[in-house]
Write a protein that binds this ligand. Sequence first.
Ligand SMILES: CCCCCCCCCCCCCCCC(=O)SCCNC(=O)CCNC(=O)[C@H](O)C(C)(C)COP(=O)(O)OP(=O)(O)OC[C@H]1O[C@@H](n2cnc3c(N)ncnc32)[C@H](O)[C@@H]1OP(=O)(O)O
Length: 143
Amino acid sequence: MSKPPDENMCFGCSPQNPVGLKLKFEQDGDVCRSYFIAGPVHQGWRGIVHGGLLATLLDEVMAQWLWMRGITAMTMEMTTRYSRSVRVGERLTVEASMTSARGRLIEMAGRLLLPDGTVAVRAKAKFLKVKPEKVKKEVPAIE
Ligand SMILES: CCCCCCCCCCCCCCCC(=O)SCCNC(=O)CCNC(=O)[C@H](O)C(C)(C)COP(=O)(O)OP(=O)(O)OC[C@H]1O[C@@H](n2cnc3c(N)ncnc32)[C@H](O)[C@@H]1OP(=O)(O)O
């Protein structure tokens, strides 16, 4: 079955992606925020949330900070510092803000907090503004 190329099937935010994270976002001044509770399907080591999934949460909330401001940009580079393990079942808070912008390059920062407010993961990323047609073009039709 062919899908329209502009249907949102984003793994992070689409409500209709059956295997997606279905994240929702709120704006709080200069911060974009989301919440997530990881389940057993998101673990790596037993009971510990997979680091790649945590990076995905951070990438997504940074990208949404831009998207919600009408900026189409793609992640060009991202680093993550995992300071604390994150356990399955904890309510996580994921936040992003912009740190600098010059030309097409936007630098973002993200942090992932445990329920007690401890920062478990920090991220820094470079996003590059792209023409909206680029991301539309790169969505393949599913046959
Ligand atoms: C529309 C339908 C509805 C859908 C509704 C969806 C809802 C909202 C979805 C949100 C979704 C989010 C999802 C998460 C975010 C991803 O997951 S994004 C996907 C992952 N990222 C990618 O796939 C990007 C892949 N990379 C690329 O496509 C290209 O490398 C890039 C990033 C577009 C850059 O390519 P380019 O435009 O050719 O740029 P390039 O010429 O290489 O460099 C441009 C400039 O940056 C500089 N530069 C290059 N590298 C660097 C660097 N590392 N550091 C600093 N400067 C650099 C260059 O020197 C150059 O400078 P100038 O010469 O212009 O002064």
